[in-house]
Write a protein that binds this ligand. Sequence first.
Ligand code: AMP
Length: 326
Amino acid sequence: MSYEAKLAIFNKIKEYDRIFLFRHIRMDGDCTGATKGLQALLKASFPEKEIHLLDNQSSGYLAFLGEDEKEAEDSFYEGALAIVLDTATPDRISSGKYTLCKELIKIDHHINVNPYGDLLWVEEEASSCCEMIASFYDTFKDSLTMTPEAALYLYTGMVTDSGRFRFRSVSGETLRLAGILLNQGIDTDTLYAHLYLNDFDVLKFRAEVYRKMKITENGVAYIHVTEAMQEKFHLSREDASAVVSALDSIKGSLIWIAFIDNGDGTIRVRLRSRFVTINSLAERYHGGGHAMASGATAYTRKEMNALIKEADQLLGDYKANNGGWL
Ligand code: AMP
């Protein structure tokens, strides 16, 4: 199944002279690594083709991976192939320009709630979309050229989307493919410095988060990062949102949630869990995502409180009916 999907995509890539790559809004390491990685891989493999990646987003901690192209005339997209990476639904694609292209390919590892595109290759079990691109390379390596640059992009996405190779989705195959990339000569000291170093204010903010976090009766840990907190600690929205990982290691707290004021009255919700599946909960609050990492939006505080209550019930039910959790 996966081989046929990969082969169809490989053949389609060979057919086109001009290809545009797309990623999702709120760029992260995986969609950035997968788009940049595939771009570098295809450029090195097919120097005669034009492989474009246009995106007006920017992200502080990923800035070290470099800028993308910023603008192109609409006519430029005509007759081209669009490949959308790491994006479950079309409404989350960061640019609507993919609609101008002649054909569309979806490559993704999220739950396939919306199977869009003329061709699609979705591996819900893959730990990252970058892992899929690494596997694409491995399958057709006799016809493709990997470069140290492409390997760095793809490895970055694999590392960031798998919780540093920690999540259950990481398989032996994940590590084998990561090994192929590492052997290209990645400077992991520098990479991890980019991923781990924090500004002083951000650490002060973390201390405040540990002071203010709350826990429900059944163990849902949560924090509301208000507009005021974001101003006090001079946080970018991205820094404020990263806080969800601060709640990830509380014993018995199998679900943890960060609520981040968006500045327009709405609240971004970042849900994470271990053992318990939470994407259906996110779907009930205008969101979705993976079984154990989902996103949603609360339009009012009332909705935020309702979500906390539902999460608490979900966790209570889980604990009552399952053993072996920590
Ligand atoms: P986040 O907390 O924003 O990093 O989201 C975690 C996961 O949930 C990501 O893999 C997203 O693809 C997915 N996700 C986030 N927000 C939404 C949304 N509004 N609708 C569907 N999926 C989402």
